[in-house]
Design a protein around this ligand. Structure first.
Ligand code: ADP
Ligand code: MG
Length: 570
């Protein structure tokens, strides 16, 4: 008795003999054994989401259950690799099948040929529980990969390998579990992508993820283990910002999910990323990066899976006590994949055709971010940053609205700012971060002025915004001298502090000290300007405002003291 395909609708395949399958089970579909996942069961039929091109499938072909859920392989070899949505390495796929992806291609996520120098860090006789440290492997020059007991295994260590070179399928340890059974452990293990990995407990995210982007770090900061979303129309800088964060943020490991944006854009990412140098180590950035690429020519369902593949890999590095930053560009393409699959299941659509479970799925994704105490007792974090591309730049659409409910930092990319080539085009009044209060004490160690400067900057931005409303109605003539000074001061803070070019060597990254000192000097000058009683016409010159605006470009990121010196100069 075997199941046969009854119907094919895009990436959703229906087969009979539903009783052979379980929800979430991985299935092998058709003669070539395409990778699929059971997403719905009725008494009669089993609905399978297929992660590969279904064009040549035919009704009547067999479908086989596999008794396992959709899983990822976790172990040395993840870093530097570029995967598709279900963790098949793109270069292996390409080798096997030329430029086109072979259907049913069996490409192991982690190489079985490569040898890793394993260094044991436990002795025989130890009683180990899930997440305990077994040993380590220097995976790349940037990262020491800790080999941990898989989360759900615990037992008495009977054997552990000597220091030496091992391949992934060669056992490195043997444990006797509580039930008396013996189990071999390897350098890698499997984990179901839709299941979050266990931790000891969740911790409050109270350390900033430094991005080097002033408007983010100073005004709308993100904490390590936090969540952020970045909605923005076409061309507002989502991808450039995601790249900037990947390049500069002070996470140990980067997981970058390129999710079905225009094909040529993804090609750019694929060719650029491996060439980038890590500003911190000088080595290639890819040595601490895992990339997941869904170009728009890959099946829509693989896009849906890619988010889970990515977050599971991120959790795995977190479990080693590392800080991981995950970027997804863009989550709108993921939501569109959900919508398309839901449509093929003929589910009742909710807003704009998206399934009613869009908010639940979105929440589940962002909830997997966090700062935690790992099973081994270390602290680790996953910070998730999702770009959103609302159709037509309309922020009232479902993906934007639902995401906003589940993230704590929200960076609105503004079309008008981008059109004026003001970058980063993050709107200073519509964006927000709920991490500010938790991070004050960290920043106060950089500069004792920080909190006051930041508050005054916010107030200035708001006051100037109101004045601009008046100017629109009454014109500039109705303004008092003080009000003109407010507008001038606001321009200085925007040009001198918030504006930051990704292409200026001194300015593309600003160290926390440079940010805090620059803010301090600018706000001091702004206070003097606002308290001034002289004529406004020559204020620019008297307060050296042009020099102040150029400071960020002229002083290197690591020369924060140079900024304070400017102030003392005559
Ligand atoms: N931080 C930045 N500094 C300088 N230029 C930027 C910055 N962000 C965006 N840009 C400019 O805007 C263009 C579009 O940005 P992009 O990230 O591709 O937009 P999106 O992904 O939102 O469609 C870039 O090619 C670049 O010229
Ligand atoms: Mg983009």
């Amino acid at each position: 008795m075997s199941a046969r395909i009854a119907r094919i609708s895009g990436s959703v395949v229906t087969c009979d003999h539903a009783e052979l399958f379980a929800m979430g089970e991985r299935a092998a579909v058709g003669h070539v054994g395409l990778v699929g996942e059971v997403i719905r069961l009725t008494a009669e039929y089993c609905y399978i989401q297929v992660y590969e091109d279904t064009t040549n499938l035919q009704a009547g072909e067999p479908v086989a259950p596999t008794q396992t859920p959709l899983m990822v392989e976790l172990g040395p070899g993840l870093l530097t690799t570029i995967y598709d949505g279900i963790q098949r390495p793109l270069d292996v796929l390409r080798e096997q099948s030329g430029a086109f992806i072979l259907r049913g291609a069996e490409a192991k996520a982690l190489s079985r040929d490569r040898q890793w120098l394993f260094e044991p860090l436990q002795e025989v006789g130890a009683d180990l529980s899930g997440g305990a440290l077994l040993g380590q492997v220097q995976e790349t020059s940037a990262i020491v990969h800790k080999i941990l007991v898989p989360p759900l295994v615990c037992g008495h260590l009977l054997k552990i390998a000597n220091k030496g070179e091992y391949r992934l399928h060669e056992p490195i340890a043997l444990v006797r579990k509580d039930n008396g059974q013996e189990q071999e452990l390897y350098l890698y293990h499997h984990w179901p992508v839709r299941q979050k990995r266990p931790v000891n407990k969740r911790l409050t995210p109270d350390i900033p993820l430094i991005t080097g982007q002033r408007i983010i770090d100073t005004l709308f900061p993100l904490a390590k283990g936090g969540t952020a979303a970045m909605p923005g129309g076409f061309g507002t800088g989502k991808t450039v910002t995601q790249h900037n964060l990947a390049k500069w943020c002070d996470a140990d490991v980067i997981v970058y999910i390129g999710c079905g944006e225009r094909g040529n854009e993804m090609t750019g990412v694929l060719s650029d990323f491996p060439k980038l140098a890590d500003p911190r180590t000088g080595h290639p950035l890819i040595e601490r990066t895992v990339m997941i690429a869904n170009t728009s020519n890959m099946p829509v369902s693989a896009r849906e899976a890619s988010i889970y593949t990515g977050i599971t890999i991120a959790e795995y590095f977190r479990d080693q006590g590392l800080d991981v930053a995950l970027m997804a560009d863009s989550t709108s393409r993921w939501a569109e994949a959900l919508r398309e699959i839901s449509g093929r299941l003929e589910e009742m659509p909710a807003e704009e055709g998206f399934p009613a479970y869009l908010p639940t799925r979105t929440a589940e994704f962002y909830e997997r971010a966090g700062k935690v105490q790992t099973l081994a007792g270390d602290s680790g974090s996953v910070t998730s940053i999702g770009a959103i591309s609302p159709p037509g730049g309309d922020f009232s659409e479902p993906v934007t609205l639902h995401t906003q409910r589940f993230v704590r930092a929200y960076w609105v990319l503004d079309k008008a700012l981008a059109n004026a080539r003001f970058f980063p085009a993050i709107h200073p009044l519509e964006s927000y971060s709920e991490y500010g209060a938790e991070l004050v004490s960290w920043w106060m160690q950089m500069s004792t002025h920080w909190q006051r400067d930041r508050e005054e900057l916010f107030n200035l931005l708001m006051e100037a915004d109101e004045l601009k409303g008046i100017v629109r109605i009454m014109g500039e003539d109705g303004l008092s001298d003080h009000q003109r000074r407010v507008l001038l001061a606001e321009r200085v803070t925007k040009e001198g502090f918030l504006r930051q070019s990704a292409f200026n060597a001194n300015d593309r990254y600003a160290s926390p000290k440079k940010q805090a000192y620059l803010l301090q000097v600018i706000m001091q000058q702004v206070r003097a300007l606002l308290g001034d009683t002289g004529t406004i016409e020559d204020a620019r010159e008297r307060f050296q405002l042009d020099g102040l605006i150029r400071l960020k470009d002229e002083i290197a990121s690591d020369d924060a003291d140079g900024i304070l010196k400017w102030q003392d100069a005559p």
